[in-house]
Write a new protein. Structure first.
Length: 538
């Protein structure tokens, strides 16, 4: 291959020399069914030889996806449109179905937390405005209020009365996040093997960098913390598998999360919970589908502040958890809409804070971690092997059965918003007591069997929510353009609460996307004038 080819030139233009603290530039390449990954790898190595690429397979479960890392270059601080352009050109030159930049994305806003000993630069209320609730002093004296709203103590008691394993005993819950730190609230956690997909080493320690240090420790505490000084998790006897897959929840890279999912499945995880979110990725979707096919329950936070559900929660195969508050109302910052499957406490949940102690935290990060613990209670109570057999007899996978029963047993307060937050709030006691045939007669629409069709549903639904049904562009190659299109639409959401005058942003789309979008309503929403070239294109 020619190192001066359009694809290689575009990669150079989209990246810059890497500084300390920057993530290395990475591209994810999807090889086609008739392609030999080794042949594609050799071609890429020649094309990008002067950038010294390090090329590997996504995982042993998905050797057909190549990860191209440029150790001396980074995508951070650059133009996303240029990064996507490089991916399109690589795909065209190599004849690939898709090639994506593994961009760190900011579409999962969370509370701004200072690094230990360093004051926060902004308050929680500064970004995005209108998202975060005020501190609730009354909840400090009731550290287990979230468990009570989900009837978790009653579920523990029910299992014990029935002579079944309780508190999630024997179930392995994997948690791709920022990793964990040493903390009194996690001192006696039963630990399964951990990993770090950022370094490829078995140490999942959170190095406490980025905009929300200790995020993985806080979310782990509401999931798995035993009877410790203040906090108890929803599944305190389950085994915790921490995986450091992101440096910060506000800098999420989809490829490293996909690798974490595969690693968890390979190493025996029964539940995978993700308190993170961003844009779609073929690698991420493939990993989730593999996990679900292996009867692993996969859950993700619906998201915060951008209102519409982000990925991976938006994928049909992944259970999306929205946020409620102590009064059984809607947490004001929760992402919402038809993609939300269930709700759980998200507003001012007591969690471990770093370097020590506990404090109130808010976000769907806590809602999904609490719900993952309930999944562990259900698996432990019935026995996972028994549930696999029962699901097969009913033509389901275990994750599909769990979703059906979780929704059928949800507790719906007198005032509720089913179109925004699903059928109700998780009710662990009702879930464990439910007959496994409950709600089998209810109509449901399973995700399409074809992965590309299933992924297309998720991006088309985002277009319909953000712009309107008339903007769904059936002529668009959703598989190729979904990541960039989602980036543009999620930026649009952030701009609604984050005025451009205060936070100016780069043009949102590449020339390739501009040429591919033909639907007038979608073009108008993206700021594409049919008579003009896209911004930044000469």
């Amino acid at each position: 291959m020619n190192p001066t080819s359009p694809g290689s030139a575009a990669v150079r233009a989209a990246t810059r020399p890497r500084d300390a603290g920057d993530l290395p530039a990475r591209y994810l390449l999807e090889t086609g069914p008739e392609q030999d990954p080794a042949t594609v790898e050799a071609a890429v190595a020649g094309m990008l030889a002067d950038l010294a690429p390090e090329i590997s397979r996504l995982s042993t479960l998905d050797p057909d996806v190549l990860v191209v890392e440029l150790p001396g270059r980074t995508l951070e601080g650059g133009d996303p449109a240029a990064a996507f352009t490089a991916g399109y050109l690589l795909a065209e030159e190599l004849g690939l179905p898709a090639a994506e930049p593994d961009l760190p994305t900011p579409y999962f806003p969370e509370e701004l937390v200072a690094e230990p000993g360093v004051p926060a630069a902004e308050s929680v209320q500064d970004f995005p405005p209108g998202c975060w609730a005020e501190h609730e002093p009354a909840l400090d004296g009731d550290p287990r209020w979230a468990l009570d709203r989900m009837r978790v103590p009653q579920a523990w008691a029910w299992s014990m009365v029935q002579g079944r394993p309780s508190h999630g005993a024997g179930v392995i819950v994997a948690q791709p996040d920022t990793g964990v730190t040493t903390h009194a609230e996690l001192a006696d956690v039963i630990r399964a093997a951990g990993f770090n997909t950022l370094t490829g080493k078995p140490d999942p320690t959170d190095v406490l960098s980025g905009g929300n240090p200790g995020h993985g420790t806080g979310t782990a505490s509401v999931l798995i913390s035993p009877e410790t000084p203040t906090i108890v998790g929803s599944a305190p006897h389950a085994q915790h598998m921490p995986i450091r897959a992101i440096e910060s929840v506000i800098r999420v890279t989809q490829g490293s999360v996909a690798q974490a999912i595969d690693w968890a499945v390979e190493h025996g995880a029964h539940v995978i919970t993700m308190s993170l979110g961003g844009i779609p990725s073929f690698a991420l979707h493939r990993a989730i589908r593999r996990a679900v096919a292996a009867d692993v329950i996969v859950l993700a936070a619906a998201g915060n502040c951008v209102r519409t559900v982000v990925w991976p929660a938006r994928y049909e195969e992944c259970l999306a958890v929205g946020g409620s508050n102590a009064a059984d109302g809607m947490w004001k910052g929760t992402c919402r809409g038809s993609a939300v499957d269930i709700a759980a406490p998200a507003q001012n949940v007591l969690r471990a804070s770093v370097p020590s102690g506990s404090s109130q935290g808010q976000g769907t990060s806590f809602a999904v971690a609490l719900t993952a613990g309930v999944a562990a209670l259900w698996l432990a109570h019935h026995g996972r092997a028994n549930l696999i057999g029962a699901a097969r007899a009913r033509g389901e996978t275990v994750p599909v059965m769990f979703r059906r029963l979780l929704q059928a047993t949800a507790r719906r307060p007198a005032t509720w918003w089913p179109r925004d937050l699903g059928p109700g709030i998780v009710d662990a006691a009702a879930l464990l007591a439910a007959n496994l045939d409950l709600a089998r007669e209810a109509e449901s629409v399973p995700p399409p069997a074809d992965a590309r069709e299933s992924a297309a549903v998720s991006i088309a639904s985002l277009v319909a929510e953000v712009v309107g049904a008339a903007a769904v562009d059936d002529a668009l190659d959703w598989h190729r353009y979904a990541p960039e299109l989602a980036t543009a639409l999620l930026e649009r959401r952030l701009r609604m609460t984050d005025p451009p005058a205060e936070h100016p942003r780069q043009p949102l789309y590449s020339e390739h996307l501009a040429a591919a979008v033909t639907n007038p309503a979608l073009r108008d929403a993206l700021g594409l004038d049919l008579e003009l070239k896209p911004a930044g294109v000469s």
